[in-house]
Ligand binder design. Sequence first.
Ligand code: COA
Length: 379
Amino acid sequence: MTYIAGSYTTKFGELWERDLRSLGIEAIEGALKDANIELKDIDALYVANMAASRLSGQDHIGSLIASELGIDVPAYHIESACASGGVAVRLGHLDILSGESKNILVLGVEKMTDISNSGVTAALSGASDEEWEAFYGATFPSLYAMIAREHMRKFGTTREQLALCSVKNHAFGSKNPHAQFPFEITTEQVLDASPVADPLGLLDCSPISDGASAIVLSKEKKSDVKIISSAQAQDTISLHKRNDITELTATVKAANKAFHSAGLNRNNIDIVELHDCFSIAEILAYEDLGFAKKGEGGKLIESGKTGPGGSLPVNTSGGLKACGHPVGATGVKQIAELASQLSGSAGARQISKNLKYGLAHNVGGSGGTAVVHILAKVG
Ligand code: COA
């Protein structure tokens, strides 16, 4: 059994005065304090980071953070693009289940704003197929824009439905002091924002962010929240090799596996943190995770069910859109947010004190990797 003993997320945003290591150490110290566990009791360190090599000239991130902490436990660097955080949590969980470790630190950290946005875009494009996508100038906004166009053509999904995802995530994010954009926006603002890759505009896109999030995983019951299933699946890295680009098949496979191993169905889930890197990604995730029928994700966002006051709140942290998306940190932050909500310690953004099951969904690239975790509150 793996318990989320503690967690901590730094402020996300353009943090000019911070560097990779100071963000990482702040998150780790906060998580250890929250877990009431000492550094000497940690058996392994997993560090999720996608692009420090290109963005900060820093490789060997496991060693960097371990040496800053002054510990000599095994330290691993996990890279799986924007799914690095979810994969790191999963590997830490498997390490505990294997019996090798009792307490594990999982850190997700990314420092993105020290170079120009075009430099960051080029670095992020490293998560696509370099030969067949990035080489021809296809960026992630443009890849997701193609998915959006096809979803609109095939299912009649509207521009307004896409916009509602961003409006909803900002409504939640407005209550999160750690969020990069802690304010509400309107549908009109989303529709009127500068175009990025048609049909996606500025306010359909997750931003470029700095930030870190850490959790402590424990074999012993040090909290009321545990991981009850963890699943990962892969798909082709490039869109053109897929039969249907309106589905992220890796998400479908990971979700089915996670629900099967947890012995739960979709109606059991009380709260979700999902991967809304672009507004269309949230619509796809509704369908691929099984919360809406194929083609009906747009209707689900319109229904209000996933928004404030709805019966299936999605992205109470503000999601990638409003909370920010320091790519390596995102998957860890999702677990931290669910742990706070399930344990009733989410403060102003606490949805309810009666939450039992939460689902986290983290995607790498345009769906080459997907990770799904289900967390439960135990008595
Ligand atoms: N939401 C709300 N406001 C945003 C924003 C967003 N997503 N992105 C930028 N802004 C704001 C900035 O704070 C800034 O405001 P200011 O002028 O008051 O300081 C303004 O809009 C312009 O920001 P800037 O960073 O110059 O925009 P940009 O045009 O260079 O970049 C994007 C905007 C959307 C292209 C960029 O954030 C991006 O590429 N996002 C996607 C990242 C990505 O692909 N991640 C991986 C996903 S798989």
